[in-house]
Ligand binder design. Sequence first.
Ligand code: T3D
Length: 272
Amino acid sequence: MPHDSTAHDSTAHDSVILSRTRAGVCTLTLNRPDKLNAANDELLLSLAAELKRAEADGAVRVVVITGAGRGFCAGQDLGDVSGRDMTFTEHLNATYNPLIRTIRTLAKPVISAVNGVAAGAGASLALAGDIRLWAQSARLIEIFSNIALVPDSGSTWFLPRLVGYSRAFELMALAERVDSDAALKMGLCEHVFADETFMADVQAYAERLAARPANALKLTKQALNDALTGTLDEALDQEAALQQLAGDHWEHQEGVTAFKEKRAPNFVRAED
Ligand code: T3D
């Protein structure tokens, strides 16, 4: 795989977000395992900053978000809420919402690698990735109603688009746990991998994405996200505009040349 020469671990191991780049894949690990990676402000702001750093890093072609220990993310750290000097609205607008927007607009594919329980805003984070890969023992709980809150951080947008309105409402109202078999059937994840080999399988999957044409994937992500909120007419216009950007890029020439020469295309170049 390309970019092995740029492999690096950029953060100290006691940081709330661990960052490791291998073969074009930057893995960001939420690192509060004693609390199932429940999110405090430091974690949320650091994750957003690391995502922006990965976006700007030419050696990174795919970003993976996962959790340390047995949890993915148990949502808001409930120990941090009382005495907070912010309203709920202010807090969401300052922390979770920019993070979710960053994931969905990042110019590189983001994989949610759900290694364990994803609850509350942690479930939203699990849903926000472009691709969702789950470990066999992972589970998702729209747990907000257990503490009489409303689903936030994008869950009300992501979940009904994946499972339909009524299933989404039921999962939110009853805070039912979804295990990995059910998640696969419902379309909450694309693949389930064995716990024992989970991160190796995630890395291998991410490296497949990293070998794909980065510019075309960036534009595809933009087109899909726009299409989710627009009309057919708008989508057709947007496809035509973005196709020009894709068609003018060297990747397109390489793909066509490789086809004619009956060889595999090489979409990874130093100038990327
Ligand atoms: O701006 C705003 O503040 C609004 C935003 C809200 C967004 C939200 O996310 S609201 C939802 C918040 N999250 C929850 O309500 C989930 C609370 N956690 C649980 O219900 C359970 O922990 C789980 C179902 C996720 C997992 O259960 P289990 O049995 O596997 O683990 P556990 O034993 O409950 O948890 C292990 C430890 O993690 C435990 O600590 P201890 O006793 O070993 O010292 C537990 O207290 C801690 N932990 C788990 N979740 C949180 C947490 N600590 C703080 N905050 C948590 N969310």
